[in-house]
Ligand binder design. Sequence first.
Ligand code: GLN
Length: 444
Amino acid sequence: RALLARIEATDSRVNAYITVTPDEALAAAEAADRRIAAGAMTPLTGVPVALKDIFVTRGIRTTCGSKILGKFIPPYDGTVVAKLREAGAVIVGKLNQDEFAMGSSGESSAFGATNNPWNLACTPGGSSSGSAAAIAARSATATLGTDTGGSIRQPASHCGCVGLRPTYGRVSRYGVIAYASSLDQVGPVTRDVTDCALMLGAVAGHDPLDSTSIDLPVPDYAAALTGRVKGLRLGLPKEYYREGLDPDVKRALDAAIETYRGLGAEFVEVSLPHTDYAVATYYLIATAEASSNLARYDGVRFGHRADGAANLIDMFRRSRAEGFGAEVKRRIMIGTYALSSGYYDAYYLKAQKVRTLIMQDFMKAFEQVDALLTPVAPTPAFKIGEKVDDPLQMYLSDIFTIPVNLAGTCAISVPAGMSAAGLPIGLQLIGRPFGEETILRAAH
Ligand code: GLN
Protein backbone atom coordinates (compact mmCIF):
# COMPACT_ATOMS: atom_id res chain seq x y z
CA ARG A 1 0.00 0.00 0.00
CA ALA A 2 2.86 2.37 0.79
CA LEU A 3 4.44 1.67 -2.55
CA LEU A 4 1.17 2.18 -4.44
CA ALA A 5 0.83 5.52 -2.61
CA ARG A 6 4.36 6.42 -3.65
CA ILE A 7 3.54 5.66 -7.31
CA GLU A 8 0.42 7.82 -6.95
CA ALA A 9 2.48 10.66 -5.46
CA THR A 10 5.34 10.64 -8.00
CA ASP A 11 4.27 9.19 -11.31
CA SER A 12 2.38 12.13 -12.75
CA ARG A 13 5.79 13.85 -12.86
CA VAL A 14 8.10 10.90 -13.57
CA ASN A 15 5.92 8.81 -15.94
CA ALA A 16 7.86 5.64 -15.08
CA TYR A 17 4.76 3.42 -15.32
CA ILE A 18 2.67 2.48 -18.32
CA THR A 19 0.36 0.23 -16.29
CA VAL A 20 -0.14 -0.06 -12.52
CA THR A 21 -1.91 -3.19 -11.19
CA PRO A 22 -3.04 -2.35 -7.63
CA ASP A 23 -5.63 -5.11 -7.25
CA GLU A 24 -3.30 -7.88 -8.40
CA ALA A 25 -0.51 -6.40 -6.26
CA LEU A 26 -2.61 -6.34 -3.07
CA ALA A 27 -3.78 -9.92 -3.67
CA ALA A 28 -0.17 -11.04 -4.22
CA ALA A 29 0.91 -9.17 -1.09
CA GLU A 30 -1.73 -10.97 0.97
CA ALA A 31 -0.56 -14.30 -0.45
CA ALA A 32 3.00 -13.30 0.51
CA ASP A 33 1.86 -12.53 4.06
CA ARG A 34 0.37 -16.01 4.33
CA ARG A 35 3.54 -17.52 2.94
CA ILE A 36 5.73 -15.63 5.39
CA ALA A 37 3.45 -16.70 8.25
CA ALA A 38 3.91 -20.29 7.08
CA GLY A 39 7.71 -19.83 7.16
CA ALA A 40 8.12 -20.55 3.42
CA MET A 41 9.69 -17.28 2.34
CA THR A 42 12.47 -16.49 -0.13
CA PRO A 43 14.43 -13.20 -0.09
CA LEU A 44 11.89 -11.77 -2.55
CA THR A 45 8.68 -12.82 -0.82
CA GLY A 46 6.45 -9.78 -0.43
CA VAL A 47 8.92 -7.48 -2.21
CA PRO A 48 7.16 -5.12 -4.64
CA VAL A 49 8.79 -5.34 -8.08
CA ALA A 50 7.96 -3.69 -11.39
CA LEU A 51 8.78 -4.87 -14.89
CA LYS A 52 9.80 -3.15 -18.08
CA ASP A 53 6.80 -3.46 -20.42
CA ILE A 54 8.81 -5.80 -22.66
CA PHE A 55 8.09 -8.75 -20.32
CA VAL A 56 5.06 -10.78 -21.26
CA THR A 57 2.65 -10.93 -18.29
CA ARG A 58 -0.45 -13.11 -18.20
CA GLY A 59 -3.60 -11.00 -18.06
CA ILE A 60 -1.65 -7.73 -17.79
CA ARG A 61 -1.36 -5.45 -20.80
CA THR A 62 2.12 -5.67 -22.37
CA THR A 63 2.86 -2.86 -24.83
CA CYS A 64 6.65 -2.83 -25.32
CA GLY A 65 6.23 0.94 -25.43
CA SER A 66 4.41 0.68 -28.78
CA LYS A 67 1.02 1.62 -30.10
CA ILE A 68 1.05 -1.59 -32.13
CA LEU A 69 0.79 -3.58 -28.86
CA GLY A 70 -1.24 -0.89 -27.08
CA LYS A 71 -4.10 -3.30 -26.30
CA PHE A 72 -2.18 -6.58 -26.15
CA ILE A 73 -3.05 -8.76 -23.16
CA PRO A 74 -0.81 -11.85 -23.21
CA PRO A 75 -2.20 -15.29 -22.38
CA TYR A 76 0.99 -16.44 -20.58
CA ASP A 77 3.84 -15.36 -18.30
CA GLY A 78 7.42 -15.26 -19.55
CA THR A 79 9.91 -17.39 -17.62
CA VAL A 80 11.41 -14.57 -15.51
CA VAL A 81 7.93 -13.34 -14.60
CA ALA A 82 6.92 -16.86 -13.53
CA LYS A 83 10.11 -17.16 -11.48
CA LEU A 84 9.47 -13.87 -9.69
CA ARG A 85 5.89 -14.91 -8.92
CA GLU A 86 7.10 -18.28 -7.60
CA ALA A 87 9.59 -16.49 -5.35
CA GLY A 88 6.68 -14.54 -3.88
CA ALA A 89 7.55 -11.15 -5.39
CA VAL A 90 4.61 -8.73 -5.72
CA ILE A 91 4.30 -7.33 -9.24
CA VAL A 92 3.01 -3.75 -9.02
CA GLY A 93 3.07 -2.73 -12.66
CA LYS A 94 4.70 -2.37 -16.05
CA LEU A 95 7.33 0.25 -16.75
CA ASN A 96 7.84 2.76 -19.52
CA GLN A 97 10.51 2.18 -22.14
CA ASP A 98 11.63 3.19 -25.60
CA GLU A 99 9.42 1.58 -28.23
CA PHE A 100 10.61 -2.03 -28.72
CA ALA A 101 13.67 -1.07 -26.60
CA MET A 102 15.05 1.04 -29.44
CA GLY A 103 16.56 4.12 -27.91
CA SER A 104 18.77 5.60 -25.21
CA SER A 105 16.43 8.15 -23.66
CA GLY A 106 12.91 6.76 -23.28
CA GLU A 107 11.70 9.39 -25.75
CA SER A 108 10.60 6.89 -28.39
CA SER A 109 7.87 5.45 -26.12
CA ALA A 110 4.34 5.74 -27.50
CA PHE A 111 3.30 6.49 -23.90
CA GLY A 112 5.33 9.69 -23.52
CA ALA A 113 8.85 10.28 -22.27
CA THR A 114 9.94 9.36 -18.75
CA ASN A 115 11.52 12.14 -16.69
CA ASN A 116 14.69 11.69 -14.65
CA PRO A 117 13.76 12.03 -10.95
CA TRP A 118 17.10 13.79 -10.26
CA ASN A 119 16.16 16.53 -12.73
CA LEU A 120 12.80 16.31 -14.44
CA ALA A 121 14.08 18.19 -17.51
CA CYS A 122 16.56 15.38 -18.20
CA THR A 123 15.99 11.94 -19.68
CA PRO A 124 16.57 8.97 -17.36
CA GLY A 125 18.40 7.24 -20.23
CA GLY A 126 16.95 4.24 -22.00
CA SER A 127 15.62 2.03 -23.18
CA SER A 128 14.78 0.71 -19.67
CA SER A 129 13.87 4.28 -18.74
CA GLY A 130 11.01 3.43 -16.38
CA SER A 131 13.01 0.66 -14.69
CA ALA A 132 15.71 3.12 -13.58
CA ALA A 133 13.44 6.13 -12.99
CA ALA A 134 11.11 4.10 -10.72
CA ILE A 135 14.05 3.00 -8.57
CA ALA A 136 15.34 6.57 -8.35
CA ALA A 137 11.86 7.88 -7.50
CA ARG A 138 11.46 5.08 -4.93
CA SER A 139 8.27 4.08 -6.74
CA ALA A 140 9.55 0.49 -7.11
CA THR A 141 11.74 -1.59 -4.80
CA ALA A 142 13.44 -3.57 -7.56
CA THR A 143 12.86 -3.78 -11.30
CA LEU A 144 13.80 -5.82 -14.32
CA GLY A 145 14.97 -4.36 -17.61
CA THR A 146 16.59 -5.65 -20.78
CA ASP A 147 19.94 -4.73 -22.28
CA THR A 148 20.60 -5.15 -26.00
CA GLY A 149 23.20 -2.39 -26.31
CA GLY A 150 23.25 -0.73 -22.90
CA SER A 151 19.59 -0.33 -21.99
CA ILE A 152 20.03 -1.49 -18.38
CA ARG A 153 23.42 0.04 -17.62
CA GLN A 154 23.01 3.49 -19.19
CA PRO A 155 19.69 4.38 -17.47
CA ALA A 156 21.01 2.91 -14.20
CA SER A 157 24.01 5.24 -14.54
CA HIS A 158 21.86 8.28 -15.31
CA CYS A 159 19.52 7.60 -12.38
CA GLY A 160 22.04 6.63 -9.70
CA CYS A 161 20.98 2.95 -9.59
CA VAL A 162 22.71 -0.38 -9.94
CA GLY A 163 22.06 -2.17 -13.24
CA LEU A 164 23.44 -5.51 -14.35
CA ARG A 165 23.49 -7.00 -17.81
CA PRO A 166 24.18 -10.73 -17.37
CA THR A 167 26.17 -12.91 -19.76
CA TYR A 168 24.22 -13.92 -22.86
CA GLY A 169 22.42 -17.15 -21.94
CA ARG A 170 22.44 -16.59 -18.17
CA VAL A 171 18.77 -15.57 -18.05
CA SER A 172 15.93 -16.96 -20.16
CA ARG A 173 14.49 -14.75 -22.90
CA TYR A 174 11.27 -16.79 -23.17
CA GLY A 175 8.40 -14.34 -22.96
CA VAL A 176 10.63 -11.31 -23.46
CA ILE A 177 9.57 -9.42 -26.58
CA ALA A 178 12.47 -9.80 -29.01
CA TYR A 179 14.45 -6.84 -30.33
CA ALA A 180 17.82 -8.28 -31.45
CA SER A 181 17.87 -11.89 -30.33
CA SER A 182 21.64 -12.43 -30.36
CA LEU A 183 22.19 -9.37 -28.14
CA ASP A 184 19.14 -9.21 -25.80
CA GLN A 185 19.54 -10.13 -22.13
CA VAL A 186 17.36 -9.61 -19.06
CA GLY A 187 18.76 -8.06 -15.89
CA PRO A 188 17.92 -6.20 -12.69
CA VAL A 189 17.89 -2.47 -11.92
CA THR A 190 18.04 -1.92 -8.15
CA ARG A 191 18.99 0.50 -5.39
CA ASP A 192 22.13 -1.39 -4.40
CA VAL A 193 24.34 -4.33 -5.26
CA THR A 194 22.85 -6.70 -2.68
CA ASP A 195 19.38 -6.26 -4.18
CA CYS A 196 20.92 -6.78 -7.62
CA ALA A 197 22.51 -10.07 -6.52
CA LEU A 198 19.20 -11.30 -5.05
CA MET A 199 17.21 -10.38 -8.15
CA LEU A 200 19.73 -11.99 -10.50
CA GLY A 201 19.72 -15.18 -8.40
CA ALA A 202 15.92 -15.30 -8.63
CA VAL A 203 15.70 -15.01 -12.43
CA ALA A 204 18.90 -16.73 -13.70
CA GLY A 205 19.16 -20.31 -14.89
CA HIS A 206 18.56 -22.73 -17.69
CA ASP A 207 15.17 -22.79 -19.35
CA PRO A 208 14.11 -25.53 -21.74
CA LEU A 209 11.90 -22.91 -23.44
CA ASP A 210 14.94 -20.82 -24.47
CA SER A 211 17.49 -22.87 -26.37
CA THR A 212 20.11 -20.14 -25.95
CA SER A 213 19.91 -20.27 -22.14
CA ILE A 214 22.91 -22.07 -20.67
CA ASP A 215 22.70 -25.10 -18.41
CA LEU A 216 25.09 -23.94 -15.68
CA PRO A 217 24.29 -23.93 -11.96
CA VAL A 218 23.19 -20.55 -10.56
CA PRO A 219 25.68 -19.39 -7.91
CA ASP A 220 24.59 -17.78 -4.65
CA TYR A 221 25.34 -14.26 -5.90
CA ALA A 222 24.69 -12.62 -2.52
CA ALA A 223 27.34 -14.87 -0.98
CA ALA A 224 29.88 -13.46 -3.45
CA LEU A 225 29.61 -10.02 -1.81
CA THR A 226 32.53 -10.51 0.56
CA GLY A 227 33.83 -6.95 0.42
CA ARG A 228 37.26 -8.16 -0.71
CA VAL A 229 38.92 -6.68 -3.80
CA LYS A 230 42.52 -7.06 -2.63
CA GLY A 231 44.60 -8.52 -5.44
CA LEU A 232 41.78 -8.11 -7.99
CA ARG A 233 43.26 -7.17 -11.36
CA LEU A 234 41.23 -4.47 -13.12
CA GLY A 235 41.90 -3.45 -16.72
CA LEU A 236 41.60 0.10 -18.04
CA PRO A 237 40.97 -0.14 -21.81
CA LYS A 238 42.95 2.71 -23.32
CA GLU A 239 40.38 3.22 -26.09
CA TYR A 240 37.78 4.15 -23.42
CA TYR A 241 39.84 6.90 -21.79
CA ARG A 242 40.41 9.28 -24.66
CA GLU A 243 40.18 13.04 -24.99
CA GLY A 244 36.59 14.17 -25.09
CA LEU A 245 35.35 12.20 -22.10
CA ASP A 246 33.15 14.53 -20.06
CA PRO A 247 35.22 16.11 -17.23
CA ASP A 248 32.65 15.15 -14.56
CA VAL A 249 32.71 11.54 -15.75
CA LYS A 250 36.51 11.53 -15.82
CA ARG A 251 36.71 12.94 -12.28
CA ALA A 252 34.30 10.29 -10.95
CA LEU A 253 36.23 7.49 -12.62
CA ASP A 254 39.60 8.77 -11.36
CA ALA A 255 38.25 8.93 -7.82
CA ALA A 256 36.87 5.39 -8.10
CA ILE A 257 40.23 4.10 -9.35
CA GLU A 258 41.94 5.68 -6.32
CA THR A 259 39.38 4.08 -3.99
CA TYR A 260 39.97 0.65 -5.53
CA ARG A 261 43.74 1.13 -5.27
CA GLY A 262 43.33 1.96 -1.61
CA LEU A 263 41.42 -1.31 -1.16
CA GLY A 264 44.24 -3.30 -2.75
CA ALA A 265 43.05 -3.74 -6.35
CA GLU A 266 45.66 -3.57 -9.11
CA PHE A 267 45.24 -1.69 -12.39
CA VAL A 268 46.59 -2.70 -15.78
CA GLU A 269 46.20 -0.79 -19.04
CA VAL A 270 44.70 -3.02 -21.71
CA SER A 271 43.69 -2.49 -25.33
CA LEU A 272 40.45 -3.31 -27.13
CA PRO A 273 41.65 -2.34 -30.61
CA HIS A 274 38.34 -2.79 -32.48
CA THR A 275 36.37 -0.45 -30.20
CA ASP A 276 35.92 2.15 -32.94
CA TYR A 277 33.89 -0.31 -35.04
CA ALA A 278 31.49 -1.36 -32.28
CA VAL A 279 28.69 1.15 -32.82
CA ALA A 280 28.58 0.61 -36.60
CA THR A 281 28.71 -3.16 -36.16
CA TYR A 282 25.96 -3.07 -33.56
CA TYR A 283 23.61 -0.96 -35.68
CA LEU A 284 23.89 -3.40 -38.58
CA ILE A 285 23.36 -6.54 -36.50
CA ALA A 286 20.70 -5.08 -34.18
CA THR A 287 18.63 -3.57 -37.00
CA ALA A 288 18.94 -6.70 -39.16
CA GLU A 289 17.66 -8.90 -36.35
CA ALA A 290 14.99 -6.35 -35.41
CA SER A 291 13.66 -6.18 -38.98
CA SER A 292 13.15 -9.94 -38.87
CA ASN A 293 11.74 -10.07 -35.32
CA LEU A 294 9.27 -7.26 -35.98
CA ALA A 295 7.88 -8.93 -39.12
CA ARG A 296 5.39 -10.71 -36.84
CA TYR A 297 3.44 -7.49 -36.19
CA ASP A 298 1.27 -7.75 -39.24
CA GLY A 299 -2.15 -6.94 -37.78
CA VAL A 300 -3.27 -10.55 -38.20
CA ARG A 301 -2.31 -12.58 -35.15
CA PHE A 302 -2.15 -9.90 -32.47
CA GLY A 303 -1.64 -6.21 -32.03
CA HIS A 304 -3.09 -3.23 -33.84
CA ARG A 305 -5.07 -3.79 -37.05
CA ALA A 306 -5.93 -0.85 -39.30
CA ASP A 307 -9.54 -0.30 -40.28
CA GLY A 308 -10.80 0.03 -43.81
CA ALA A 309 -8.01 -1.74 -45.71
CA ALA A 310 -8.71 -2.56 -49.37
CA ASN A 311 -7.00 -5.98 -49.26
CA LEU A 312 -4.53 -8.06 -47.22
CA ILE A 313 -1.35 -6.28 -48.34
CA ASP A 314 -2.98 -2.92 -47.72
CA MET A 315 -3.97 -4.13 -44.23
CA PHE A 316 -0.34 -5.13 -43.44
CA ARG A 317 0.93 -1.78 -44.68
CA ARG A 318 -1.59 0.37 -42.88
CA SER A 319 -1.39 -1.58 -39.61
CA ARG A 320 2.38 -1.23 -39.49
CA ALA A 321 2.36 2.39 -40.66
CA GLU A 322 -0.13 3.31 -37.93
CA GLY A 323 1.28 1.09 -35.19
CA PHE A 324 5.04 1.68 -35.32
CA GLY A 325 6.76 4.94 -34.36
CA ALA A 326 9.45 6.75 -36.36
CA GLU A 327 12.50 5.20 -34.67
CA VAL A 328 11.17 1.66 -35.12
CA LYS A 329 10.44 2.33 -38.80
CA ARG A 330 13.95 3.71 -39.25
CA ARG A 331 15.45 0.54 -37.75
CA ILE A 332 13.25 -1.77 -39.84
CA MET A 333 14.32 0.06 -43.02
CA ILE A 334 18.04 -0.06 -42.14
CA GLY A 335 17.85 -3.74 -41.16
CA THR A 336 15.87 -4.77 -44.22
CA TYR A 337 18.36 -2.96 -46.43
CA ALA A 338 21.37 -4.57 -44.72
CA LEU A 339 19.86 -8.04 -45.22
CA SER A 340 18.78 -7.55 -48.81
CA SER A 341 20.36 -9.48 -51.66
CA GLY A 342 23.46 -7.70 -52.93
CA TYR A 343 24.06 -5.91 -49.63
CA TYR A 344 24.06 -8.88 -47.26
CA ASP A 345 27.74 -9.73 -47.80
CA ALA A 346 28.89 -6.12 -47.74
CA TYR A 347 27.07 -5.16 -44.53
CA TYR A 348 25.56 -7.95 -42.47
CA LEU A 349 28.23 -10.58 -43.06
CA LYS A 350 31.00 -8.02 -42.60
CA ALA A 351 29.44 -6.90 -39.34
CA GLN A 352 29.35 -10.51 -38.10
CA LYS A 353 33.07 -10.83 -38.82
CA VAL A 354 33.89 -7.61 -36.99
CA ARG A 355 31.76 -8.84 -34.10
CA THR A 356 34.08 -11.84 -33.79
CA LEU A 357 37.12 -9.51 -33.69
CA ILE A 358 35.48 -7.45 -30.93
CA MET A 359 34.77 -10.62 -28.97
CA GLN A 360 38.41 -11.67 -29.35
CA ASP A 361 39.57 -8.26 -28.05
CA PHE A 362 37.74 -8.95 -24.79
CA MET A 363 38.97 -12.53 -24.50
CA LYS A 364 42.57 -11.32 -24.91
CA ALA A 365 42.07 -8.63 -22.28
CA PHE A 366 40.66 -11.23 -19.86
CA GLU A 367 43.91 -13.21 -20.14
CA GLN A 368 45.49 -10.30 -18.23
CA VAL A 369 42.74 -9.07 -15.89
CA ASP A 370 39.72 -10.21 -13.86
CA ALA A 371 37.46 -7.36 -15.00
CA LEU A 372 37.55 -4.04 -16.84
CA LEU A 373 36.68 -0.68 -15.29
CA THR A 374 35.21 1.87 -17.73
CA PRO A 375 32.69 4.70 -18.00
CA VAL A 376 29.07 3.66 -18.67
CA ALA A 377 28.12 6.66 -20.78
CA PRO A 378 30.19 9.54 -22.20
CA THR A 379 28.16 12.17 -20.28
CA PRO A 380 25.69 12.35 -17.38
CA ALA A 381 21.96 12.45 -18.25
CA PHE A 382 21.14 14.81 -21.12
CA LYS A 383 18.11 17.07 -21.56
CA ILE A 384 14.84 15.74 -22.96
CA GLY A 385 14.71 16.78 -26.62
CA GLU A 386 18.47 17.39 -26.88
CA LYS A 387 19.28 14.44 -29.17
CA VAL A 388 15.88 13.49 -30.44
CA ASP A 389 16.38 14.96 -33.92
CA ASP A 390 19.86 13.54 -34.31
CA PRO A 391 19.71 9.73 -34.26
CA LEU A 392 23.46 9.32 -34.83
CA GLN A 393 24.24 11.46 -31.78
CA MET A 394 21.77 9.32 -29.81
CA TYR A 395 23.44 6.10 -31.04
CA LEU A 396 26.84 7.34 -29.81
CA SER A 397 25.60 7.55 -26.23
CA ASP A 398 26.02 3.73 -26.06
CA ILE A 399 29.63 3.67 -27.20
CA PHE A 400 30.94 2.15 -23.92
CA THR A 401 28.12 -0.34 -23.40
CA ILE A 402 27.55 -1.79 -26.88
CA PRO A 403 30.85 -3.73 -27.14
CA VAL A 404 29.80 -5.86 -24.13
CA ASN A 405 26.65 -7.01 -25.94
CA LEU A 406 28.58 -7.82 -29.10
CA ALA A 407 31.02 -9.88 -27.00
CA GLY A 408 28.12 -11.56 -25.17
CA THR A 409 29.63 -11.01 -21.75
CA CYS A 410 28.40 -9.42 -18.49
CA ALA A 411 28.75 -5.91 -17.04
CA ILE A 412 27.39 -3.87 -14.17
CA SER A 413 26.77 -0.15 -13.73
CA VAL A 414 27.21 1.14 -10.19
CA PRO A 415 26.94 4.70 -8.80
CA ALA A 416 30.32 6.49 -8.64
CA GLY A 417 29.51 10.09 -7.75
CA MET A 418 27.71 13.15 -9.00
CA SER A 419 28.30 15.77 -11.67
CA ALA A 420 28.71 19.46 -10.79
CA ALA A 421 25.09 19.89 -11.90
CA GLY A 422 23.91 17.27 -9.41
CA LEU A 423 23.33 14.34 -11.76
CA PRO A 424 24.47 10.80 -10.94
CA ILE A 425 27.45 9.20 -12.71
CA GLY A 426 27.96 5.46 -12.95
CA LEU A 427 31.01 3.34 -13.54
CA GLN A 428 31.01 0.09 -15.47
CA LEU A 429 32.70 -3.15 -14.47
CA ILE A 430 32.88 -5.63 -17.34
CA GLY A 431 33.36 -9.29 -16.43
CA ARG A 432 34.37 -12.50 -18.15
CA PRO A 433 31.54 -14.61 -19.55
CA PHE A 434 29.70 -15.97 -16.47
CA GLY A 435 31.90 -13.78 -14.26
CA GLU A 436 28.90 -12.10 -12.60
CA GLU A 437 30.16 -12.94 -9.09
CA THR A 438 33.43 -11.06 -9.66
CA ILE A 439 31.81 -7.86 -10.96
CA LEU A 440 29.12 -7.97 -8.26
CA ARG A 441 31.83 -8.32 -5.60
CA ALA A 442 33.83 -5.41 -7.04
CA ALA A 443 30.70 -3.27 -7.44
CA HIS A 444 29.65 -4.01 -3.86
N1 GLN B 1 20.30 2.40 -27.41
C1 GLN B 1 20.54 1.13 -28.04
C2 GLN B 1 19.55 0.95 -29.16
O1 GLN B 1 18.76 1.79 -29.34
C3 GLN B 1 20.44 0.02 -27.05
C4 GLN B 1 19.06 -0.33 -26.70
C5 GLN B 1 18.95 -1.52 -25.82
O2 GLN B 1 19.91 -1.95 -25.15
N2 GLN B 1 17.78 -2.12 -25.84
O3 GLN B 1 19.55 -0.02 -29.85
